[in-house]
Design a protein around this ligand. Structure first.
Ligand code: GTP
Ligand code: MG
Length: 407
């Protein structure tokens, strides 16, 4: 099956903040979704969804999705995420599980930092009274852990590498990129980080320790963009902490992972009507619920949904894709008239692709062969031809015409 996802989201944070609850909730399929053939990849690696209004209504067709789902006009596009074990202070030096989980961060393209917004978890992740710990410290701590870990990787042989780069007069970007390939960091990002840190690319041997840290910190921000999930919003002190967190330079999403998990479990059993990201739910089978369960669900409605607008889980997934990773949704079709694939499935696939992707690059994403035999594309809205360099737009429906076949 053609996968729509190409990026990996990492769920990170210190222990006990609700990462696994977030992961379970995000990857738990609702009833209609459960029958769909997406399985958990590994215990800590699973498939969640990005939510976007489907375009089938605009085109006035009934769709029959293949790589995604359409529930009441909402397209749910599968994306992959990884639940990374809790990080404790000093992890970069090998404390706790140390480099093992930092190693998992390596694979992630963007990070969802789950913070206990109530301040009910101390620095090490032990439970304390809400309000006792300052969650803003957790944000600083995680930034530092990741940066220090990257510094440790880059500092090895630094004096030799930097002196050689100066002597060769080839600049430091390429040797740094080589060091960073395992972290999935590209040359472009290295160059941008050097620029932002205001350093001389030709004189790396003159960089002070502070310069070096500043460069790596910039590199972390560019290569591992992060948003904050302010979790446990249902607990005291969370709201005031969220307001404080919002003053930082981050997307902050108030969230209750536990509430989302409860709603998805109830939806899975078809006890309630609820789609990930909905602002409310409807109890469909009250006869199958105990008074206690009804009370718990009503509490979620009152304390989380009505106050916060949603549980926040779906917002976090969407923000990670659409804001941190700058992705858009594009629907490829083979048959322009029926908006279908060669099996007659209408609007079968929704692709999440980076903003700035050209029609030709998109053809390659679908299939190498299609990229190689690409002639031009056609926009389904106005039936106009689009050349290979045309940049695709969000919610485009396009067909690709190739020398071999249409796809
Ligand atoms: N009140 C409240 N508790 C929550 C919420 N989300 C998670 N919890 C609780 O927080 C505790 C820790 O949750 P986990 O999901 O296991 O935390 P974790 O971050 O995966 O922890 P580690 O795997 O040890 O790093 C559990 O008791 C959860 O029930 C929430 O939204 N509200
Ligand atoms: Mg966990």
């Amino acid at each position: 099956m053609q996968r729509s996802y190409t990026r990996l989201l990492g769920v990170v944070g210190k222990p006990n903040t609700g990462k696994s609850t977030f992961f379970s909730a995000a990857t738990l399929a609702a009833a209609e979704i459960a029958i769909y053939p997406f399985s958990t990849i590994k215990p800590n690696r699973g498939v969640g969804y990005v939510r976007t209004p489907c375009i089938h209504e605009e085109f006035k067709v009934k769709d029959n999705p293949k790589n995604s789902l359409c529930l009441d006009g909402i397209r749910l596009v599968p994306v992959e995420l990884i639940d990374i074990a809790g990080i404790v202070p000093g992890a970069w030096e090998g404390r706790g599980l140390g480099n093992q989980f930092l190693d998992e961060i390596r694979r992630a393209d963007a990070l969802i930092h789950v913070v206990d917004a109530s301040g009910g978890t101390d620095c090490e992740g032990k439970t304390c009274t809400p309000g006792e710990h300052d969650p803003l410290e957790d944000i600083k701590f995680l930034e530092r852990e990741i940066t220090m870990w990257m510094v440790a990787i880059l500092k090895k042989d630094w004096s030799k590498i930097s002196r050689t780069a100066e002597a060769d007069k080839k600049g430091i970007t390429a040797p740094l990129e080589e060091r960073l390939t395992g972290l999935g960091i590209k040359r472009q990002s290295v160059a941008e980080a050097i620029r932002r840190a205001n350093l001389n690319v030709d004189k790396p041997a003159t960089w002070s320790d502070e310069d070096f840290y500043r460069f790596v910190d910039n590199l972390r921000r560019i290569s591992k963009p992060m948003l904050i999930v302010a979790n446990k919003i249902d607990l005291p002190y969370a709201e005031v902490n969220v307001e404080r967190m919002k003053k930082l330079d981050y997307i902050v999403i108030p969230c209750s992972a536990e509430a989302e998990l409860a709603l998805r479990r109830a939806a899975e059993k078809q006890l309630i009507d609820y789609k990930p990201g909905d602002h409310d739910f409807k109890i469909t089978r009250p006869e199958n619920l105990s008074p206690g369960q009804i009370k718990a669900l009503e509490a979620v409605r009152e304390r989380v949904l009505q106050k916060n607008g949603s549980t926040g889980i779906q917002d976090a997934m969407n923000m990670a894709y659409f804001k941190l990773l700058n992705m858009i949704t594009v629907y490829p079709v083979e048959d322009l008239e029926h908006l279908s694939d060669h099996n007659g499935r209408v609007l079968p696939d929704a692709y999440l692709i980076p903003k700035g992707t050209t029609a030709h690059q998109f053809a390659y994403l679908i299939h190498t062969e299609l990229g190689e035999s690409f002639l031009y594309a056609i926009d389904a809205r106005d039936k106009r031809r689009i050349g290979e360099d045309a940049i695709l737009k969000d919610r485009d429906v396009i067909t690709i015409v190739s020398a071999k076949k249409r796809a």
